[in-house]
Write a protein that binds this ligand. Sequence first.
Ligand code: ZN
Length: 75
Amino acid sequence: MDKALAKERLRGQKCPYCGAEKQALAYGNVENDRIEVFQGVGCMICEKQFTEVYSFCRVILTDYPGEDFRVYFNG
Ligand SMILES: [Zn+2]
């Protein structure tokens, strides 16, 4: 498969296999190992799957009163 084409489709939030729009993508549960975050995605048009991987970089304590409280995990 053409990596440049897959990248272009993913940047546009499309299926990397068939180019279906994001409305056709079903996102699964998020798994987090404190280094990376993994999310399985299924395409309802071509029925293929892929996994999006994100860097786990920070936590925002949204219930901490009075200030913007963030804990960073960079490096
Ligand atoms: Zn597809």
